[in-house]
Design a protein around this ligand. Structure first.
Ligand SMILES: [Zn+2]
Ligand SMILES: [Zn+2]
Length: 289
């Protein structure tokens, strides 16, 4: 099994945003015991000062002053890591023989992706996850945001899913990412559209037509939606559309690392998959499930 969605830092006040080989070695030992042979470290792009320099203020187009202010605060709370230090630590881990791949979880930010792609091209990434966490300046998967419940009520479930799906389509078309992370994240709060098939078709078609793999992600089992990403029906659709898959725990702490990857593997097999895909230098390397 592979765990291709691993964070080094929690979403909480940090004493340090340094990556280091000892932590990666500890992660490898821990996940190895759970049957994982390869980890991709995929920290959020928004953690790094180099991204902030490029895209800072992207939220200013949102019409709500309160949301713009909340987004700015949230953005600054997470910020402070150095991309070069992070890359060097992952490369040092690889050089030491650890089964680590260098990755990143790249946020989709409308209108910013050409600049982001240029920055990414300057580093030897093995795999880039593409994620839609924001609809406008609403961080819709931050369930403790003061505005979250009000946003669901005022926008309506169907519109949120449509906005989310359009963002996935736009993200895929930019070519910035290799893997569509948590493909149906719009369900995170447990809000699902009455007829999801149209959205599932659009999401799977975006991955297929743009050459992205799709991620099976166990973090959804820890969230109000109570199921992995993607839903079984969307996973079957990925399979039917010929979209390859990765598996990942989306851990932000050791206790969640490689959690329930065996259950993800079983779900993939039930959908008809025989392989999972690893990556080297952004090229797919299929492995038997
Ligand atoms: Zn994510
Ligand atoms: Zn993540």
């Amino acid at each position: 099994m592979i765990d291709y969605h691993v964070h080094l830092w929690r979403h909480a006040p940090q004493t340090s945003l340094q990556a280091d080989v000892d932590q990666l070695a500890e992660y490898c030992v821990y996940s190895r015991r759970l049957g994982v042979t390869e980890l991709a470290v995929t920290e959020h792009s928004s953690r790094f000062v180099q991204f902030d320099t490029l895209v800072r203020g992207w939220w200013e187009g949102d019409p709500s002053p309160a949301r713009r202010a909340e987004t700015c605060t949230c953005w600054d709370d997470e910020l402070g890591a150095d991309l070069d230090q992070y890359v060097d630590a992952a490369l040092a881990a690889k050089a030491a023989g650890l089964p680590v791949r260098l990755g990143l979880e790249v946020d989709y930010l409308p209108g910013q992706m050409a600049k982001v792609a240029a920055l990414l091209a300057g580093h030897p990434f093995d795999v880039l996850l593409g994620s839609v966490h924001w609809i406008g300046a609403w961080l819709f998967d931050a369930l403790d945001w003061a505005e979250a419940q009000q946003q669901w009520a005022s926008r309506g479930v169907e519109r949120v899913w449509d906005d989310y799906t359009r963002s996935v389509e736009e993200l895929a078309s930019t070519g910035t990412a290799d893997v569509l992370a948590h493909p149906d994240l719009a369900k995170v709060a447990g809000q699902r559209p009455a007829a999801p098939d149209e959205f599932y078709h659009r999401i799977a078609e975006a991955a297929r037509s743009c050459g992205l793999a799709a991620e099976l992600n166990s973090a959804g089992w820890r969230k109000p939606c109570g199921e992995a990403y993607p839903a079984a029906a969307l996973l079957r659709r990925f399979h039917d559309y010929g979209v390859p898959i990765t598996t990942g725990s989306d851990a932000h702490q050791l206790a969640d690392l490689s959690w329930r990857l065996a259950d993800l593997t079983a779900a993939a097999q039930a959908a008809g998959y025989l392989e999972v895909t690893a990556f080297r230098a952004r090229n797919r390397v299929p492995q038997p499930l």
